[in-house]
Design a protein around this ligand. Structure first.
Ligand code: MIG
Length: 773
């Protein structure tokens, strides 16, 4: 869209035409021309519209500051001749200081140079960079499909969004360079940050916030949030390149059920297609896809099919024929004026131009006719960097796309190919199933992709270092506005050792997205492929995933409402904690769970940092006070903790998320402190929650040396839950409590393994539980 603003001021920054726009008091945009005029600004990321309004002033104050603008409490000053920019609020808050020359032309692009403090910390950038915290490096953003990539190279989904956390006061500035070409973020020196485009105008959004949580709320206000996903998307998924023919797929499904390992989704990779022709089926391998998908669905498995962009050049093939009949439905080779030809799995292909609404609409219909109408539940977009086996491994610069009538060379819009493809898949599902919740998985992405799709981290390797790296990627994706992320469990290329697979699934089940996937030339990688010991670990961990789904779903609902990550870096939840700021080998799932994976071989214990408060260990009931502690972590017993004071809703284990109604739910309460928790429920499948068909239950109370008082609040919203009673587990009494009352009346309870347990009827009005120590 074309972003709009409350106020726009046209000016010059040095020799460069520039424009400043205010979206609100905390979000503004500085657009600087690389050429003689400002380019037209069309954004694939920004969706926010200006709302409300605050007083605006604009003065030429002095010779030095040619402009001083205030919008509400925010002040922006520009020194024209020297091209300096300052943004501040109040007397003392300096958000952005770019003393002259703050803006300069570098090559064919524009560079911003801002002051920074050596201790400032940087996060975000999507999948860019080896380290969790980003300072010390120059990051060049250019999405690529390089099968031999390493962490310092370009990845599939790099987001030109950088978070700066200021050391002195914890205030945060987010910088979004809305440039779908190549972007650079240079943080090599401590006192300066440089942000630049390789070519063309620089459009820099500056977002200001008092905390990282507030900043992400603003960032996802600007670029959108994910929607509540379907519940099945949060279960365990099994994938391989490729399960075929049909009998093998049925065999895998049968194994899951026979072995009682929960599973919600199976994936069909490229070999389901006829010669890799998108929107076709291989008639020998899959003679009756609707029959197969229907049988799988009856057994609780959703089917997800891969959809690649390249359309095989084959006049006999209807998708190709139809697209060819429309002018510019394929991306155009600007030199020849004909569709651009690349090479991917089907051989020679043309690539659809997903920036065009007519292409998106027709592609979406084809997706419905050949996949969704047969029962396919989700769409998996791959190869959308876009990948090309021919040099330069993507589109050459002379490829052009419709792009709202803008004809810019490919290198200027490279980053949005995957984004617009994910948009196409999403819109296609919305159109075909208006009341359903789309599930799209994409490899490439641009800022704002969370509106359409989750993002998986692509072809990782079955090696220990890649496992640790994936964890940090997840955290920075979360800090980039993309909450729904995950890596291929066990690693994609190479074969994991049994120990590596076990360690991977030990934390992998706490990711937002939980899928095992492996490449075509690797051994089997199902949870049972590594022998009985690893199978049992995998089952136990996937069972924990299933048990925790009410809690996890609530975290997703929060993420959908506020833009908070699902997997959170410790620094997100504990921004004032000095020890937490660089931790990237531990993470939080929501605010009540923390996971400290074992990321090295033959490791029986590890150092864990416990931020803020005390934490209780999942397996042992051991209690760790705030600080650094060594935690025993034998294989099969990963360090997983619940926050003291957390009230965590859980479910019994089911083999898949639609496996019958559940009458008895568990509420786990963890000593000590103020108690808090929340449960968001809805049908987990449709859009009806938007009109109030949801149920929200809040938990509160306190646990101290007298005992525990737990309030289960009244249920808000009109969703009718299947729950009949709560099994309340109280974790943390030293000894058997003296007595327990529910609604003022004494009740019987059990005392097992130092956990006190009662059963309480579920009341819509809520209830109070008192346990005396
Ligand atoms: O060039 O479809 O990242 O998950 O299995 C490889 C085959 C193409 C790359 C994806 C991977 C998928 C594979 N694809």
């Amino acid at each position: 869209m074309r972003p709009t603003f409350h106020h726009i001021v046209e000016t010059m920054l040095g020799d460069h035409p520039a424009r400043v726009g205010f979206l609100d008091e905390s979000i503004l945009c500085i657009h600087v021309a690389a050429g003689a005029e400002l380019e037209e600004y069309v954004s694939y990321a920004v969706i926010a519209q200006p709302q409300g309004g605050a007083p605006f002033t604009h003065d030429a104050v002095s010779e030095e500051f040619i402009h001083e603008m205030t919008y509400g409490g925010t002040k922006l000053r520009i020194n024209r001749r020297g091209a300096g920019i300052w943004i501040s609020s109040g007397e003392s808050i300096e958000w952005f200081q770019a003393p002259a020359p703050g803006v300069t032309k570098v090559g064919e692009g524009i560079e911003f140079r801002m002051m920074s403090q050596p201790a400032d910390r940087y996060y975000g950038l999507g999948e860019a960079g080896e380290t969790f915290e980003k300072s010390g490096y120059k990051h060049t953003l250019w999405n690529t499909d390089d099968p031999h990539h390493h962490p310092r190279q370009n990845f599939y989904a790099q987001i030109p969004w950088l978070v700066r956390v200021r050391e002195s006061d914890g205030r945060c500035v987010g910088l979004f360079l809305d440039n779908p070409g190549r972007s650079m973020f240079d943080i090599r020196v401590g006192d300066e940050l440089r942000v630049s485009t390789e070519k063309g105008d620089a459009i820099l959004w500056v977002l200001m916030a008092d905390s990282i949580a507030e900043l992400l709320e603003r960032w996802t206000h600007l670029t959108g949030r994910m929607e509540r996903p379907p519940m099945w998307a949060l279960g365990y998924h099994q994938c391989r390149w490729s399960y075929f023919p049909e009998s093998r797929v049925r065999g895998i499904a049968a194994e899951f059920r026979a072995r009682k390992i929960p599973c919600d989704a199976l994936y069909l990779d490229i070999d389901y297609m006829d010669g890799y022709r998108v929107f076709t089926w291989d008639a020998e391998r899959f003679p009756n896809p609707a029959g197969l998908i229907g049988d799988l669905a009856r057994d609780g498995f959703r089917t997800v099919t891969i959809v690649d962009p390249g359309v095989k050049i084959d006049p006999e093939y209807s998708v190709f024929a139809e697209f060819s009949a429309h002018r510019n439905w394929f991306c155009v080779d600007g030199e020849k004026g004909t569709p651009f030809q690349g090479q991917v799995w089907p051989g020679e292909v043309y690539y659809p131009d997903f920036t065009r609404a007519d292409v998106r609409a027709r592609w979406g219909e084809m997706q419905a006719e050949t996949l969704l109408d047969l029962g396919v539940a989700g769409i998996w977009n791959d190869m959308n960097e876009p990948a090309n086996f021919d040099p330069p491994k993507t589109f050459p610069s002379h490829v052009v796309q419709g792009d709202f009538g803008l004809k810019r060379p490919h290198e200027r819009i490279h980053q949005i190919y995957g984004h617009t493809m994910a948009q196409t898949s999403y819109e296609g599902i919305r159109a075909a199933r208006p009341d359903a919740r789309p599930f799209v998985i994409t490899r490439s992405a641009y800022a704002g992709v969370q509106r359409f799709s989750m993002v998986w981290t692509g072809d990782n390797q079955s090696i220990w270092s890649n496992m640790a790296f994936d964890l940090a990627l997840n955290l920075n994706m979360g800090l980039s506005g993309i909450a729904f992320v995950g890596c291929d469990i066990g690693g994609f290329t190479c074969d994991p050792t049994p120990e590596l697979y076990a360690r991977w699934i030990e934390w992998g089940v706490f990711q937002p997205f939980v899928r095992t996937h492996a490449a075509h030339d690797t051994p089997n990688q199902e949870p049972w492929a590594f022998g009985p010991e690893v199978e049992s670990i995998a089952r136990t961990m996937i069972e924990w995933r299933m048990r925790l789904l009410p809690y996890i779903y609530t975290v997703f609902a929060e993420a959908a409402a506020t833009g908070a990550p699902v997997n959170r870096a410790l620094m997100y939840e504990y921004p004032d904690d000095r020890d937490a700021r660089y931790v990237a080998d531990q993470f939080m799932l929501g605010q009540d769970m923390m996971i400290a994976p074992v990321l090295t071989p033959r490791t029986a214990r590890r150092m864990v940092y416990f931020p803020g408060t005390a934490w209780r260990q999942l397996w042992t009931e051991a209690h760790f006070p705030q600080g650094w502690h060594i935690v025993e972590a034998p294989l099969g017993r990963p360090p997983v903790f619940f926050r003291a004071g957390a009230v965590v809703p859980m479910h019994p284990v089911r083999q898949h998320t639609s496996d019958g109604d559940v009458a008895e739910w568990t509420l786990a309460v963890f000593a000590v402190g103020e108690l808090s928790g929340v449960l968001v429920e809805d049908d987990g499948a449709t859009q009806q929650w938007r009109s109030g068909v949801e149920a929200i239950t809040r938990f509160g109370g306190v646990w101290n040396h007298h005992g525990m008082v737990l309030q289960i609040g009244p249920r808000e919203g009109s969703f009718v839950t299947t729950r009949k009673r709560w099994r309340i587990e109280m974790h943390g009494f030293e000894d058997r409590p003296h007595h327990i009352q529910v609604g003022g009346k004494p009740v019987a309870f059990t005392w097992e393994n130092r956990v006190a347990i009662i059963l309480v009827e579920d009341h819509i009005e809520g209830v109070e539980v008192v346990a005396e120590a």
